[in-house]
Design a binder for this molecule. Structure first.
Ligand SMILES: *Cc1c(COP(=O)(O)O)cnc(C)c1O
Ligand SMILES: [Zn+2]
Length: 567
């Protein structure tokens, strides 16, 4: 792809003020709105706002443009996809990171910094690493390690902040001002990089789509693709710009809402499995609105269940394992079939599923550990579990366990569980029975428990502080009482246990999840712990009518797993 530039100005889209790129590449210094790059001349080749332009050294090929023949047949339309997950770090963001990093170097920055929850961090880290400029990545404390692995191997300095993404963003902005640092993010130069999508598309064949579906978070990618097509049209290379379709998860849809209200909406809370588009304050909203208005476009949402279904369907029918965000186009397409039947549609598939493997484990039954005996393997295959595992997709993972037949030992363990629950005067509902069976079925029967919790007592103190006294039996048979404090009962109990066990089985608690299966009767709570032993994360689960007891059991199980791995 040939590139050049004819000179450009950095103009505010609201007040038209021309900004100086040495002062800002983020917000207008006059009014605080967002900026756009205006080139002095129209040219047929792609223009980048850089003095020296060279081809992206990390990029090996154009991302594929693929006809989704099976889905087209199923739905009676002509569906195509551009596989943006084929970019070097598995996500389209590389197109923008490349330009941002070169710009940072051109402006003489000492380092580049950004706040991110995943893909952008990995992408900027990769280019910063290649072009040898230091990179600071601000991430929320709860960012899964798997998302940080790329940033880590690309040598970024990772700054994990107690708080959420918004806090990271604010702090990173402050950090950028504290030195000669280039602040990267969904800003104007990123868009100039990401518009290369449209130039590639142009070189790959005629742009004769009726609709282009773009999963939207901040809206920067949508705006970039639109800008690219507008430039191509101005240069006379494209005569019609397809209608743009902005798609979002229902639970994180400020852009779609804003399109209907015709003004920017900021969502306080956004919770969706499509975390790559979970953006509450969409930076480029007004550019998206313009793209929709100018192309007679549309905006839709899809539910979490529809995302799961479409994610699976794309994998099964077309072999494309993508992030949940990339399932939004298909889900919205299916929800509005009457509009899209017989139309030529292009889905922008933004990121790879390999970075979202946690979604697969969360929404399907996990495989139990079997003892290494052929008859056990055969018993397992005949138990009906593998079929259920396939069918369980999209449902909460504890559903449908009712019909699985268990072997003797697991049945005994299940009965023990039920007995202890009944002893507490509780009876299980059907849902809870399924959940418990699923949990027991996944249990490793050979696990030896090195530590036992015999009893515990909690005392509430001031300001949410809780004191815990926990009676433990240690591996040498000794019984001791450990006293400690924590914020809340769960923290207090874990701190007290860990005070004794960390010395011989060091175990970090990375995350805990509490599921109450029927809030009305309150008879079964499932606690899932994400634990980490010397950098190796794993999860354990336990069930009880009592949250603290389930927590203790799950942690003690974790000690057993860690201990087994030690020997
Ligand atoms: C960042 C991202 C998006 C959203 O792009 P915006 O420019 O924020 O609208 C969509 N999908 C994936 C995989 C992403 O990483
Ligand atoms: Zn302005």
């Amino acid at each position: 792809m040939k590139s050049s530039n004819s000179g450009y100005t950095l103009r505010c889209i609201t007040c038209s003020h021309v900004n100086d790129e040495r002062k800002t590449s983020t917000y207008c210094t006059n009014c605080g709105s967002v900026l756009t790059v205006e080139y002095n001349e129209v040219r047929p080749e792609i223009q980048y706002p850089l003095k020296n332009i060279q081809p992206d050294p990390l990029k090996n090929h154009y991302t594929a443009l693929k006809s989704l023949t099976r889905l087209s047949k199923i739905y009676g339309a002509d569906i195509h996809a551009k596989l943006e997950f084929e970019n070097p770090t598995g996500c389209f963001k590389d197109r923008g990171s490349y330009v941002e990093v070169l710009k940072a170097i051109e402006l003489g920055a000492d380092a580049i910094c950004l706040a991110s929850t995943g893909n952008m961090a990995a992408s900027v880290a990769a280019y910063a690493c290649y072009f040898k400029i230091p990179c600071f990545v601000f991430v929320p404390e709860k960012t899964p390690e798997v998302k940080l692995a790329q940033s880590t191997i690309y040598d970024a300095t990772i700054i994990k902040i107690k708080g959420d993404f918004k806090q990271c963003e604010l702090l990173c902005r402050e950090f950028a001002k504290s030195g000669n640092y280039y602040l990267a993010g969904d800003y104007v130069f990123r868009m100039e990089g990401q518009k290369s999508f449209s130039y590639e598309l142009y070189e790959q064949g005629p742009i004769d789509y009726d609709y282009i579906f773009v999963p939207v978070g901040a809206g920067t990618n949508f705006a970039a693709i639109f800008k690219g097509l507008k430039e191509l049209k101005a240069a006379g290379l494209v005569d019609h710009i397809p209608s743009f379709v902005a798609v979002q998860p229902e639970q994180s849809s400020p852009v779609v809402e804003g399109i209907f209200k015709k003004e920017k909406v900021i969502a306080e809370q956004v919770h969706t499995m499509a975390d790559a588009v979970a953006v509450g304050d969409p930076f480029d909203f007004y550019k998206v609105m313009e793209g929709i208005q100018e192309t007679d476009g549309l905006a839709f949402t899809a539910t979490e269940n529809e995302l799961l279904e479409s994610m699976k369907e794309m994998t099964v029918e077309e072999g494309l394992f993508t992030e949940p965000a990339c399932a939004i186009p298909l889900a919205c397409f299916k929800n509005n079939l009457d509009k899209f039947k017989r139309k030529k549609c292009l889905f922008v598939l933004t990121g790879t599923g390999l970075k979202s493997s946690q979604i697969v484990s969360k929404y399907s039954l996990s495989s139990p550990v079997l003892s290494p005996k052929l008859e056990r393997v055969q018993q397992y295959i005949e138990s009906g579990f593998p079929d259920l595992q396939r069918k369980s997709w999209g449902q909460s993972r504890e559903m449908m366990m009712g019909n699985v037949s268990m072997d003797e030992e697991h049945t005994r363990m299940y009965d023990e569980y039920v007995n202890s629950i009944n002893k507490k005067g509780k009876t299980l509902k059907e849902e809870e029975i399924k959940a418990l069976k699923s949990l027991v079925y996944n249990e490793d029967l050979d696990l030896k428990h090195p530590v036992e919790v015999l009893d515990y007592k909690l005392t509430m103190r001031m300001h949410g502080l809780v004191s815990a006294a926990v009676k433990l039996r240690l591996p040498n048979g000794e019984e001791i009482i450990s006293l400690d404090q924590g914020v809340g009962p769960m923290d207090a109990v874990l701190t007290a246990i860990k005070a004794e066990t960390d010395a011989f089985i060091p175990l970090d608690v990375k995350n805990h999840e509490v599921e109450i299966l029927s809030p009305d009767t309150d008879s079964l709570v499932i606690v899932t712990l994400t634990l980490e032993k010397e950098g190796y994360p794993f999860t354990t689960k336990a069930a009880s009518p009592d949250t603290i007891e389930a927590l203790i059991q799950a942690f003690v199980k974790g000690l057993a797993v860690a201990n087994k791995a030690l020997v």
